[in-house]
Design a binder for this molecule. Structure first.
Ligand SMILES: [Ca+2]
Ligand SMILES: [Ca+2]
Length: 111
């Protein structure tokens, strides 16, 4: 007979906060903070460097690179493929939501 050790649902850690401390030994980047969709939106808006309301591929590349992506240019291209609905090569305000959703799925975090 094999006993089922997961039989009871009581989690002994549920009454005390058992904070997972992973930060110090996880690479050299330290703790990361996940960005919310709203923060991502503000982030991308910040990288609309010429303030024309559109994020070009160059601006997206910079934004993704600063998010810690080693492949900012590649990410920018992928983001455009996902979010550039009218295929004009940049993200306008209407397409921003989809861009944010795409970026959020990649789980970007500030180092
Ligand atoms: Ca722009
Ligand atoms: Ca577009």
């Amino acid at each position: 007979m094999v006993e089922n050790y997961e039989g009871n649902g009581n989690n002994p850690s549920s009454n005390g906060r058992k904070a997972p401390m992973l930060g110090h030994h996880e690479g050299s980047k330290g703790a990361k903070i996940r960005l919310t969709e709203e923060q991502l939106r503000l982030w991308f808006i910040k990288y609309d460097t010429n303030r024309d309301g559109n994020l070009t591929r160059a601006e997206l590349t910079e934004a993704f690179s600063r998010l810690g992506s080693f492949w900012g240019g590649y990410r920018a291209m992928q983001a455009l493929l996902h979010a550039d609905a009218n295929d004009d090569g940049c993200i306008d305000e209407d397409e921003m939501e989809e861009l944010v959703r795409y970026a959020n799925k990649r789980k970007y975090a500030l180092a």
